[in-house]
Every structure is written in C-alpha cells, then in structure tokens.
Design a binder for this molecule. Structure first.
Ligand code: ACM
Length: 535
C-alpha cells in the first residue's frame, strides 16, 4: 500500500489529529502523531515478530521488555505482537533514518526502510511506556494509546562530543552516555581522545603515547588559578576496549567519530616523543589548561609520517566514515620562531603559518580520502580569521582546503559558514555560543540550546543541504567528576537532540518542557544528575 493511502486510512480511522499532543511525550518531537481514541493493553506474553535481518533491533527491544516484564520475550517469524518490518520502498518518504510506528488494537507495527529507522521507532515506542518500566515492579500489563507516528530527522548529523583528554571518564560512563544518546535518536559520538593534557588511545606502533602521554602529575583546580589538585590523573583506552565501545554504539546506531588533534593541542604526544615538537623543550604533559606553547613540527616529514602511522591504526579501528583531526587553536609562534620551519615554508612557497597548516591538513585529508573516508576539522582548517586576531599586514592565506573536508564550525563570524557552503564544503554547525556544554546555564540556558538553528539565518535554500547538522560538545577541563559532567550535559542534551531531529514547525519550547518532565523522571531512576533551574 502506498504511504499516502496509509495516511488517509489513519486519518479516516482516527478522529483526533494531534501535532503536539501533550498526551504523547516523546523527545525529540516526531514529525507527525495521529492519536486514536482508545487504549491497547501490552501484556507480558507479548511476542516480537521479526526476521533475521532485523535481529539486532529485535533483540534490543526484547531485552528492554524483559527488564520491565521480568520474563523472557520471544522473537518469532510470524504471528501477533510487535512487528518489526523493513520496507525498502519507504525510503522515499522516510529517508535513511525515518520510521512509522502504529499502535493498533491487534498489533504494534514498526516499519522503516532501514534498521536505523526501526531502531528509532523502538526508541519512540519505549517513550510511550510508563517511565518506570524496567526499574520497579513486574508489570503484568500496561496500557498504551492507540496511535500512528510518522517520523524522520531534519539533519543526518546529530552529534554529542565528549572530551576525555582533560578528564578521563572510562568505558562505563561512555556507555551510559551512548544509551542516552540512543534514546534521543542522536547518531554520532564524537570522541575527543587526544589533547594537550592527555593522550587516551592506544597506538600500537608508538606505545609511549599512552605510557607517557596518558598521565599527568597534577591538575589545575579552576580557571586562572595557581591551585592544583595535588593528585596525578591518568587513563586511556586499549584498542580492544575501543572496539567494544564501537560495537556497543553500533547496536544503538551510533557512529563513533574519533578526534585525533593535529597540528595543535599536541603537548601530550610531544611529551611522549619530544622530537615531534617545534620548540624542542616540551617534556611534560601539562597540568594546566589554556593555550599551550608547542605544536607538532609539521615541516619535518618524519613527524607527518608519524601522524599518518597513527591514522593507519585509527582508520582500521574505527568503522566510521569520518575521522576528525581537530585543527583548532594552533599555536603558530613556535613555527614562526623555528628556522627549520621557516626554511621549509620558503621551499614550498608557503607565505604564512595559516598556509602551512592548510598545506599539512590537505596531505592528511588526501591520506584519509585514499582510505575511502572523509576528514573533518574545526573551522580553523579553512584558514579564516576565526579568532579575529590576525594583523592587517599579515600575508593573506593562499592555500585552499581540500574540497572533501567537512568543516566543523565552532567559532567566528557566521559569514564563515556562508562562505564555506558557497564554496561547496559540507558543514556541521557547533557554534560555541549555542552548543558548548561546558558553558554555564546562565550563559547558555536550556531555552537558548533549544532555540538553536544549525542553518544560519538567511542562508540561501540551495546551500542548506551542505549543513549536515549539529554537534554539542562536552569540554572537560572543569568537570573532573561524573555528577559535575552530567549536570552540564543534562537536560541540554535533550534540547540538542530536538534541534537535530525535529522540523522547525514542530518545535515548541513549552511542549518540550512538558515532555522533558518524563525524561527527567527516567534520568532520576537511572541516577543521572541533571541541572534543574535552567531556563
Ligand atoms: C574548540 O573549542 N577549541 C574547538
């Protein structure tokens, strides 16, 4: 049956058409909800009807139901129950991630063109159940409203970034965050694994990166403070541990995008292998935060080879189509002060450190392209004056960033986004004022997070498809503990999920706040801390 016929059928059958029904509280708000007039009963002997192709999603749903009903849930090929169906022809209407969920008298049906779509249908279904399902008593049977949902995301890139360099949190914390991302239909875990204050990923060819680079002796206690914690901080993931997290994420249809910072934010790596640096004096992993002195000496071909060797391992380890190489806030001073860097630049006709960074970044981009993937970097990789600190007389940059690169906008005039998309680049918009989770709620209240539109005002329609979506970033300098981290993330994560998923015309902050009450109850049951007075 054609989708339009199905819709007509639903509209005919159900009398109550609800766009933003307070009775149905799902975050992110679905594209369309048609609410029926009665309720159905979900019993503990319910079965899941699924074939082999959707077994991962069926198992995920079965495990969820088993927790609530405290009973093994059968997955069978035929019969009555909760149907999970792939219908490839729905791709036109639902895209890669959309789904249809129908709760009817005799059965519950989730349909999608892909397994990702089915998974998101399951997430909406979960949110229809009582919030304490799976936490407290054994539920004999539960009532759910009859309804039809049709839903698909506004953007394909819906990311959450965790910085584990500044404070390492470990696999359990990461998995818990992946669970919350999945519930909120976020599909990209951007994992900031290297930075000045710690190298957190095992690289087999260069063991000192973790032997030395994952440890620091002390940690600055607060901004601009001379006070220190007085205790060492360390931690890293082995490649085996990373594989396990990738697999956990994959089951939740989350792609794990690693970020390996180059050529700046590199002090931990340089401390491990001092010849990587431009100053020649870096020997310690820093204990303080802020802009650091040293940068990789990318004029040295051995250093570039070293970074490509790291990428060789990263490209194999992570199935993600995208590798993030940072590229932000590079300190150019050590390059300007280095005779060997200056003579390299002269030999290549590179007039400024900006050009040197782009020249290097393009080598890395080509390297990643050749592995069949794409490079992403913070928007400094385009060479614009992101920080507004370039002198008038400074030479204009002449190098052009490789066209396959994804530009991760975080800072600078919004015109930089317009320029990037007009030049044909794909952009993820993580404007820091709007999306940074390390900012206080005073600076970025929930209402502001919610109001963010990744498409800058006035951007010509023809360029809008170049805006892939948005990311929200948990920088971790000042969140040493899990509760302190969670209070920065929650509830704003839910707002960003809706920014990434829900069409503008379906966004409504009052309705979102109502729906949030239910998710907050869930977080409370899970022991997740969240910020309360946030608007
Ligand atoms: C950044 O916040 N330095 C990307």
């Amino acid at each position: 049956m054609k989708l339009i016929n199905i819709i007509c059928l639903f509209v005919g059958f159900f009398t109550n058409i609800v766009q933003a029904s307070p009775a149905i509280q799902i975050i992110p708000q679905p594209s369309k909800i048609v609410l029926g007039t009665s309720e159905i009963t979900l019993k503990k002997n319910v079965k899941i009807i699924a074939n082999q192709e959707v077994m991962s999603e069926a198992t995920y749903l079965a495990e969820f139901l088993e927790k609530g009903f405290r009973k093994k849930i059968k997955i069978v090929a035929k019969g009555k129950g909760i149907h999970l169906e792939i219908v490839e022809t729905l791709k036109n209407e639902l895209g890669e991630e959309g789904y249809m969920l129908s709760v009817g008298k005799d059965q519950i049906v989730i349909k999608a063109a892909t397994t990702a779509g089915l998974f998101y249908g399951i997430q909406s279904f979960k949110q229809l159940l009582p919030v304490d399902f799976g936490f407290v008593k054994i539920n004999q049977k539960i009532k759910i409203s009859e309804l039809e949902i049709m839903d698909k995301p506004r953007f394909p890139w819906r990311a959450f970034m965790l910085d584990e360099s500044r404070h390492f949190k470990g696999a359990t914390v990461v998995k818990n965050l992946l669970d919350q991302m999945a519930l909120l239909k976020m599909n990209t875990f951007h994992w900031h694994l290297t930075d000045d204050q710690g190298w957190r990923i095992e690289i087999k060819k260069y063991p000192k990166l973790t032997e030395i680079g994952s440890k620091r002796k002390n940690t600055q206690l607060s901004r601009k403070s001379e006070e220190r914690t007085g205790v060492p901080h360390e931690g890293f993931y082995t490649q085996e541990e990373i594989k396990e997290i990738i697999s956990y994420a994959k089951k939740r249809h989350i792609s794990v995008v690693p970020e390996i910072e180059m050529p700046g934010h590199a002090m931990a790596a340089i401390a491990a292998y001092p010849w990587l640096g431009s100053l020649g004096t870096t020997t310690e992993v820093p204990e303080v935060f802020g802009k650091m002195d040293d940068s990789f000496n990318i004029a040295n071909p051995k250093v570039v080879r070293f970074l490509k060797d790291i990428l060789d391992e990263v490209l194999v380890l992570f199935p993600s189509q995208v590798v993030h190489i940072g590229g932000d806030e590079v300190n150019f001073k050590p390059w300007e002060d280095s005779e060997s860097v200056q003579s390299f630049m002269e030999s290549k006709g590179l007039k400024s450190p900006v050009d040197l960074q782009i020249y290097f970044t393009n080598q890395i981009s080509n390297y990643i392209d050749n592995a069949g993937k794409r490079m992403m970097g913070w928007n400094e990789i385009m060479g614009g004056d992101v920080h507004g600190e370039r002198k008038e007389e400074a030479p204009k940059s002449e190098q052009k960033l490789a066209k396959s690169a994804i530009v991760h906008f975080w800072k600078g005039n919004l015109d930089l986004i317009n320029k990037a998309v007009q030049e044909g680049y794909d952009v993820v918009n993580s404007n820091h004022w709007d999306t940074y989770l390390d900012y206080t709620y005073k600076r970025t209240p929930l209402s502001k997070s919610y109001a963010f539109d990744p498409i800058p005002e006035g951007l010509d329609k023809k360029y809008q498809s170049h805006i892939l979506g948005t990311g929200t970033q948990m920088w971790s300098e000042w969140i040493p503990t899990v509760p302190s981290m969670e209070k920065q993330i929650f509830p704003r994560l839910a707002a960003y999920a809706e920014v990434g998923w829900t069409d503008i015309e379906n966004k409504n902050f009052e309705r979102f706040e109502q729906s949030l009450k239910k998710i907050k109850e869930r977080w409370t049951l899970l022991g997740i801390h969240f910020y309360e007075l946030e608007n």
